[in-house]
Design a protein around this ligand. Structure first.
Ligand code: XMP
Length: 529
């Protein structure tokens, strides 16, 4: 295992990614982690970059004990400076902030083994990506330069006798073409990590871990939505403990067309997961009556979801107790709650500054646990989204589901801009299903990160036959995005848009006009509410 200490750089999680792409397991921890508290001995440590300057009053620093742990250390950018400072070097502000491509000349020094180890086989010079305001001005004693750029004589340094390295550039970003190989040199050649972290291995280990923590009798409940994360998590639980995992799907009345049915068919019938679908649409819709404010809608849906989920959980618990009393089944009590938390959420909350202000309140089901006294089980907490998809494929989850676009918890309620009623839901469901059907049949679904229809609370004039109509407007949205923090609107082939528009206006009663949203995020958001 490689331990990555996070000093708050926007690229820290990419270091983790690159290690895993090399099939080396890496764990990201806040830079404040203490060596004495580690529950594993890492094969090597990587210090990340940071938005801070090492001399800032509130600059984060690593536990000095890492330098006596006897394992190789690689400092990246701020990490280099942090290591140098600890070894009595000095850092100074650059006259210009260096941001962008640079060419680094690799030094050939005395055939020094440790020197050659980091860049061995990577050539004499390398294109790299820089992003820093400070740089090393005095190299610490017992270190030497192993690479320089025009402006930075100590762009890469190594200790004379210990396996300590520092690089000013960012090997984790794709703008450094040989970056992954530099990371590979460090984690594989220098740290000696085995390249055996594969998804198959992960599944085996995770199933064993789940079995161990649940014991021979413990039961687990969890909510499923039909999305990738909850489906993969549910299937994994099912593989581990079979029917002792109880999945609950709440139909909140603002799902896509036939969605509850489809999820039931897939999870229950195809994947064999023990699933209860609760139709609570009337309750949700009645609570949403006359509500237009988006945050209000979110709150109502979130709280109602918790109410229903708790009721269902109580029923399962009561049935379990009954079975236990009668001695019919040797299954135990419901002790655990499954959550499909992913690594990016974990990273957000382990940051040394605490959860960032931008964390979305809509991540997962907040507050669910407060009164439930269940322990959390989070089998996906070490994975990134595309790793979850790979895991899904290995667990034989059908490809269309594995590739599915994200769908927000509050569902169509935040895509109906006016009050949410059964009629409005029906109109939007219909338009949305035509839209997605056409995108799929044009073979464009996987190129788009998220596509959906929005029902506007305005009416426009149209003509049908020789009659004037006065009906609502549908807005179509499709975006491409890496992480949904930013997004670009998708450029459709015109004939696809033409077909979608003509089908929606012809087939969906109550709609006589279709518009296409050409706003990017920022300044817009992906959703309209
Ligand atoms: P925005 O609109 O914030 O959307 O640009 C970014 C991503 O987040 C999803 N989203 C939500 N997901 N509950 C969710 O589960 C919500 O309340 C919510 N609001 C936005 C949105 O669909 C997009 O993928």
């Amino acid at each position: 295992t490689i331990l990555i200490l996070d000093f708050g750089s926007q690229y820290s999680h990419l270091i983790t990614r690159r290690c895993r792409e090399l099939n080396v397991y890496a764990e990201l921890m806040p830079c404040t982690a203490k060596v004495k508290d580690l529950n594993f001995k890492p094969n090597g440590i990587i210090l990340s970059g940071s938005p801070y300057s090492v001399y800032d009053d509130d600059a984060p620093h690593a536990d000095p004990d890492i330098y006596t742990l006897g394992v190789p250390i690689l400092g990246i950018c701020y990490g280099l400076q942090e290591m140098a400072l600890n070894h009595k070097g000095a850092v100074a502000q650059c006259s210009h902030r260096e941001y962008g491509f640079a060419q680094i000349q690799i030094s050939k020094i005395n055939g020094n083994v440790s020197t050659d180890a980091l860049f061995e086989g990577l050539g004499d010079d390398m294109q790299v990506w820089m992003s820093h305001g400070d740089q090393l001005s005095t190299i610490p004693p017992n270190f030497h330069s192993i690479g320089a750029t025009k402006t930075a004589p100590f762009a890469a340094i190594a200790h004379d006798s210990k396996p300590f390295y520092g690089i000013q550039f960012h090997p984790e970003v794709t703008h450094t073409p040989l970056g992954k190989r530099v990371i590979g040199r460090f984690v594989v050649n220098i740290c000696g990590c085995r390249t055996n972290w594969t998804m198959e291995e992960f599944i085996g280990k995770e199933i064993n871990r789940i079995r161990e923590i649940c014991g021979p009798k413990g039961r687990v409940i969890g909510a499923v939505s039909g999305g990738v994360d909850s489906t993969v998590a549910a299937k994994l639980m099912h593989e581990a403990i079979g029917d002792r995992f109880h999945a609950i799907m709440v139909d909140n009345g603002v799902l896509r067309l036939n969605e509850a049915q489809q999820v039931n068919d897939m999870l229950n019938k195809d994947l064999g997961v023990n699933l209860t679908v609760v139709d609570a649409s009337s309750l949700f819709l009645s609570r949403l009556e006359n509500v237009e404010d988006p945050e209000q809608k979110r709150k109502i849906i979130g709280n109602t979801f918790i109410n229903i989920f708790e009721e269902e959980a109580a029923k399962i618990e009561a049935a379990a107790e009954e079975e236990e009393k009668e001695g019919r089944e040797k299954k135990g009590r419901v002790e655990w709650l499954l959550q499909g938390t992913l690594y990016p959420d974990v990273i957000e909350s382990i940051s040394f500054k605490g959860p960032s202000a931008t964390i979305k309140t809509h991540h997962n089901v907040g507050g669910l646990l407060k009164d439930m006294k269940l322990k959390l089980i989070e089998p996906l907490r070490e994975l990134f989204k595309d790793e979850v998809r790979a895991l899904g494929r290995l667990l034989s989850i059908p490809a269309p589901l594995v590739q599915r676009h994200p769908f927000p918890g509050p569902g169509l309620a935040i895509r109906i801009l006016g009050p949410v009623t059964r009629d409005q839901v029906k109109i939007l469901q219909h338009a949305d299903s035509i839209y997605l059907e056409e995108i799929r049949s044009a073979g464009l679904y996987n190129q788009i990160s998220q596509a959906f229809a929005v029902l506007l609370p305005v009416k426009a004039v149209g003509v049908m036959g020789d009659k004037r109509t006065y009906e609502q407007v549908i807005a179509l949205r499709a975006v491409q995005s890496e992480d949904f923090m930013t997004a670009d609107w998708y450029v459709f082939p015109p004939e696809v848009l033409r077909r979608i528009s003509s089908r929606i206006t012809n087939e969906v009663a109550g709609i006589n006009r279709v518009t296409y949203d050409i706003s990017s995020k920022p300044p817009s958001t992906v959703e309209w509410l």
